[in-house]
Design a protein around this ligand. Sequence first.
Ligand SMILES: *[C@@H]1O[C@H](CO)[C@@H](O)[C@H](O)[C@H]1NC(C)=O
Ligand SMILES: [Mn+2]
Length: 404
Amino acid sequence: MKSTALVSLLLWSGLSAACGGQGDHDGKEWTKEELDELEAKWGFDWPFSGIGSFAHLDHSKCLTDPSVNYDIAIVGAPFDTAVSFRPGARFGPRAIRQASSRQTGFRGFNARASVNPYQNWAKIIDCGDIPITPFDNNIARDQMTQALTELGKRKAVSALSPKPKLMTLGGDHSLTLPALRALKEIHGRPIRVLHFDAHLDTWNPNAYPSYWGATQFTHGSMFWMANQEGLLSNSSTEASVHAGLRTRLGGTEWVDNEDDSSQNWVRFSADDMDDMGTQGIIDGIMRVLGTEDPVYLSVDIDVLDPAFAPGTGTPEPGGWTTRELIRVLRGIEGLNLVGADVVEVSPAYQGRGEETALAAAQVVYELLSSMVKRGMKEMGKEVVPETKQKLLKAAGKSNGKDEL
Ligand SMILES: *[C@@H]1O[C@H](CO)[C@@H](O)[C@H](O)[C@H]1NC(C)=O
Ligand SMILES: [Mn+2]
């Protein structure tokens, strides 16, 4: 809240002076020292205090204020009328923000990544939600496309990021189509996708019984549609990657998988985790996607086992643990991420301990850490893991960072 609080105080003192000294301090002029003292006194938020922005980040309604700039924006897309089973993901963004409340800039150092994404080069803010209609999916899709395009086209704050990155909180998975449309518009090129999910989501809408006609905008068809629209890279037959799959397929054969392959996807199943381990999955993903090409990362929280994430629309037993997913996310931090989403959190089905939303908030934190860390490397700044820090200390060289 720091900078916005300061600005509003300054505005307020200016206004009250202009109104002939009204207000509770009789038109008093606030010095910078006094305002700093207020900040020191009241600027801190406990995990359980404050208005619920993601990780207590500064919040702006970015869509109504074109002057707001950022390097990374958290954006909520509370929408769930394109689902095939349990609805309720429209409450996902609020649940994820609530579950992120123990994330603070003050204690935000990611010991797995060796960076604090909230105290680094990137200006990260919470842009609030896109007000998406629940009554008409065509309008909803246009609203999401327009909003994500507008937010992604802003000028970034740091010279490091030519374009700001959006971290979208879903919402059902159909929102990835507007996100990919926006990226095509912003980057002027088709994008590669890394997709964590129990399901393929490359289904032709006509693969569902379609006597009555089929909408092309569902949470299981957005990647099929994205490919039809030329939003996904076809640069090789291994252009995009699924990980964590365990969905049932249609019919009696492998047609769904064959169709998926013909759309240039590589598949890692949930069971591959047992055979390959986290490192095998990491190596497989990095072999396909590399560190140069722009990649959009989409995390359907149903990639986790329902034991870890029951609060979702289409749960499938036999998935990964939260720790396995985090480990894989850390291992792929070298990807050139241009944006990401975390979708399908449907809090009405989660336990009272908020495990599903907590997992989603953690995924966001890990992805923010990766984006910030990549920027540091591009700046030539060293990221010092703890083992190396200890060696440096033993050699009498400290980089000045305290071990807390
Ligand atoms: C990729 O191939 C599909 C057909 O499978 C096509 O519709 C789409 O336009 C192609 N994408 C690009 C970026 O050329
Ligand atoms: Mn999905």
